[in-house]
Design a protein around this ligand. Structure first.
Ligand SMILES: [Cu+2]
Length: 137
């Protein structure tokens, strides 16, 4: 396993943004719940309205607390690159989902590495919505 990983590292592009997410190693992963707002299109990435991520560590290595006392990343609607387009199969706007957010802090990148549709009657709790990232389009 170690050998495979080091071979991958040798083949990596030196430019972080050109490295497919699938061959990057995340510094952190988070299990997050939310709702699909829009599928990827020519306009951009998969959009998910996600619940608060209390343990989130930002690119500066800090687990922030907002002025109104919310720890980590507040609930918001934001774009997510996906590790593999296969993850999007059968996914539709409005679906409630559980997903793994992978973060590579060193290269300031993040992506969805796993996604699973939850039952439609799943109750989501968005708590305090981030005003800087408006929830409604
Ligand atoms: Cu967010």
């Amino acid at each position: 396993m170690v050998l495979v990983l080091s071979l991958c590292a040798c083949e990596r592009s030196p430019v972080a943004d050109e490295t497919p997410a699938a061959v990057r190693t995340p510094t952190e992963t988070y299990e997050v719940r939310g709702q699909v707002v829009a599928l990827p299109s020519t306009m951009g990435d998969l959009q998910i309205r996600h619940e608060q991520i209390p343990e989130f560590i930002n690119f500066q290595g800090v687990n922030p607390v907002s002025a109104d006392g919310v720890r980590g990343m507040k609930s918001m609607t934001m774009p997510f690159p996906v590790q593999d387009d296969g993850l999007l199969e059968g996914l539709a706007p409005g679906d409630k989902v559980s997903f793994t957010l992978a973060v590579d802090r060193e290269n300031k990148g993040y992506w969805v590495s796993r996604i699973q549709v939850l039952p439609a009657d799943t109750a989501l709790d968005y708590g305090v919505i981030d005003a800087a990232a408006p929830d409604e389009p």
